[in-house]
Design a protein around this ligand. Sequence first.
Ligand code: UTP
Length: 290
Amino acid sequence: MKNKIKKCLFPAAGYGTRFLPATKAIPKEMLPVLKKPLLQYGVEEAIEAGLDTMAIVTGRGKRAIEDHFDISYELEHQIKDTSKEHYLTEIRDVITNCTFSYTRQIEMKGLGHAILSGETLIGKEPFAVILADDLCDNDGDAVLTQMISLYEKYGCSIVAVEEIPPEDSSKYGVIAGEKIPSRAENDGSSDSQLDWESRLYRVTDMVEKPDPKDAPSNLAIIGRYILTPDIFDILRETKPGKGGEIQITDALFEQAKQGNVIAYKFKGKRFDCGSVNGFVQATNYFYNKK
Ligand code: UTP
């Protein structure tokens, strides 16, 4: 029987240089889209997917994250029983519905290294990873909820992918894969619950930030993963790759060689809030939606 996924890892130690000077003293993950910090959107997505343990990898200058997911007694005291109390409802709900634990990535050696730094919080169980600067939204099940259902069926690592313009390949990890035949295709079923099954690929190749001419496809990995815990041993052995960083893509490729990685073309929208353009698009989208 597969372990149920309860924990979500949030690598949040990066410098966020593309958002300087805003990110000089404020973590990028705390930048708000409308009124809510990016990281809170991520935590809410994890709670919606049924996870209750949030494991956050932070770095120097990121203390605002811990303060955000904690009670502010002074604030609580000031606004208790006033007309402003409802402004705290959303974050109170988050705090009471899950637990938070933190560890620090001492040196910023890349996303793979940040995930390995989180091992102490995760242990030997499968877990989800959310990169909070990839903000996702879907009218039906959230992206992580979709992926958890898939994990329950396939029991291996899963990466969320989306189609990108070929010229953008050097910003992402790009996969090649073989389509997994869906039940819907086999038996002609039109059940919409089977729809996601036509979006699955068994990964056969993965390349971090390839030049467009070297990209194995136009399917790019975005900031949602389900990982099996053997990834930690693989990461320990993974040498620095593209940009001199330890890349999660390189570690996942080792699992893929054993047939143990599925790519899932998720349902929903994704905004790259690590870039100014994506951040503005997300802000406009959520403003128009509210
Ligand atoms: P990014 O490369 O998008 O984040 O990493 P960054 O390095 O903070 O951004 P720029 O390029 O300087 O503007 C993707 C995710 O991985 C985390 C980041 O916090 C972000 O959530 N990360 C990256 C780490 O936690 N540690 C690292 O060493 C690198």
